[in-house]
Design a protein around this ligand. Structure first.
Ligand code: ZN
Ligand code: MN
Length: 469
């Protein structure tokens, strides 16, 4: 039987802003580094009568920047209220979350509509299994990005989030990795029957969102296939089991009893304010990609790979500046950063910023290859070691520690060549009868005997002299 299945997904993505103090009080936001319930005051634990301070300026600036980067229209010269969103949960001491109306609207990112961007406070951390609550996080500024239900597959949602996290890294001052949480909305249509929207709350990784969508797609399809009905509901993601579980039938806006918070003045954005923020805005990944192609004359594919990792792109530019911004310098930088370093990063499943490597390290390595202190082959080994040692050792230290400098002593090289010739009777015969390529295996032997410390060009020279006589 043929089946006709389609899905729509919209996300509500929360990301913390990396401010020193919380959104409405001066408590620090380093909640992970301190004892539970130490970064708290009457405001952020919701004591009745405690007056919140005006919202943190940096948090507003960052929300403007995010909205702008996502192509939103800004809400100018209008009251942007903080509302009280009421719900009962132990992580929310006041019984309501202070959450603003949109700061920017109608944006688009990777073809996905951005419904709105707003600012709100993070609740505390409740551990149902232990029955404990830690309010250190309560009041940390959060930016919430609400998308239109435009994503049509788990893969598309995953790619959207990957690119969004990359954008966060470009913007800076956001705690993208590690604090990103996405409420994941999904509805499906199966053989002409449209199911209701299901929301899965608080999924805290890209992989989680992907798994949730995969799981819900199958679960909802099976319900519809059996003639059942998809209820409008909120579900929880059980990460350990990679399944979702019903929590409650979905709240409507009425359930939250939104009211403007009478303790807080609304924010009013002016064109001036937005322009000031725009002046600080970093280059977008898309623009950087374009610039790399134009400025350095590199291939679009290479630019894409470099730009996919902001720090890697920075290193590339710094290294080019050091090596000389010409054809040779650029091609060395592409070879050793975009090809070799990237290969090692991918193999180790890490990003450049996690390695603590510095641009100087790459310059030092590339120069060692350029001046033939080490061979290309050893260069690759050293990059692997540099990543493994997380930048604690410089290439020079690694090269001398491992005794990997190119062999200068010709007698040592000649000895290795002689041994290789002795072990390669067949190849030598082939070579003598005119097969030039047969020599490659002999060169390979020499490289093995010298642990890659020989210059292939010199080896070929010596071998030919010895064989041809
Ligand atoms: Zn506080
Ligand atoms: Mn929210």
């Amino acid at each position: 039987m043929s089946e006709d299945l389609s899905m729509k997904c919209g996300l509500e993505i929360h990301v913390q802003v990396d401010t020193n103090s919380k959104l409405f009080c001066q408590c620090p936001t380093n909640y992970k580094d301190v004892e539970p319930n130490t970064n708290i005051c009457p405001v952020c634990i919701g004591h009745p009568g405690a007056k919140p301070m005006p919202p943190n300026k940096k948090a507003i600036d960052m929300a403007i920047m995010v909205a702008k980067m996502l192509g939103c229209e800004m809400v100018i010269d209008k009251d942007i209220y903080f509302q009280r969103k009421h719900y009962n949960y132990p992580d929310l001491p006041s019984g309501y979350q202070k959450t603003s109306v949109p700061i920017g609207e109608h944006g688009t990112f990777l073809g996905v509509g951005i419904t709105e961007v707003h600012l709100e406070e993070d609740p505390g951390q409740y551990k149902p299994d232990l029955g404990t609550v830690d309010y250190n996080r309560s009041g940390t500024p959060l930016i919430e990005i609400v998308t239109d239900p435009d994503m049509k597959s788990p893969e598309e949602a995953r790619e959207f989030l990957r690119q969004l996290l990359r954008l966060f890294r470009y913007i800076g001052n956001l705690r993208g990795e590690g604090t990103m949480r996405a409420d994941t909305n999904i509805s499906i249509k199966y053989n002409g029957i449209q199911g209701n929207r299901v929301e899965v709350k608080n999924v805290n990784s890209i992989r989680g969102v992907y798994k949730v969508l995969k799981y819900e797609l199958i679960r909802q399809k099976n319900v519809l296939r059996r003639g059942g009905e998809i209820k409008l509901e909120t579900r929880a993601f059980m990460e350990s089991q990679m399944i979702t579980k019903g929590m409650r039938s979905k709240e409507t806006a009425d359930d939250y009893r939104y009211i403007p918070d009478p303790d807080l003045q609304p924010i009013v954005l002016s064109n001036d304010w937005v322009e000031k923020v725009e002046a600080q805005m970093p280059e977008t990944p898309m623009n950087k990609e374009k610039r790399f192609v134009e400025q350095y004359g590199i291939k679009e594919d290479d630019a894409k790979v470099l730009v996919s990792d902001l720090e890697l792109a920075d290193v590339f530019e710094k290294v080019v500046a050091e090596l000389g911004n010409d054809k040779d310098g650029i091609s060395l930088a592409v070879t050793w950063i975009r090809n070799e370093l990237k290969r090692v990063l991918v193999y180790n499943k890490i990003e450049f910023f996690e390695t603590n490597l510095k641009p100087e390290h790459m310059v030092e390595l590339i120069n060692s290859i350029k001046d033939k202190t080490i061979s290309q082959k050893i260069g690759k080994t050293i990059i692997e070691q540099m990543v493994e040692h997380k930048g604690e050792k410089t290439p020079k230290e690694l090269i001398s520690e491992m005794g990997l400098t190119v062999i200068e002593d010709t007698s040592e090289l000649e000895k290795a060549c002689e041994e290789a010739i002795k072990n390669s009777e067949k190849a030598i015969e082939d070579y003598k009868s005119g097969n030039q390529r047969a020599l490659n295996s002999v060169v390979g032997q020499v490289m093995k005997l010298t642990r890659g410390r020989a210059e292939p060009g010199t080896v070929v020279e010596i071998l030919k002299k010895k064989i041809d006589g």
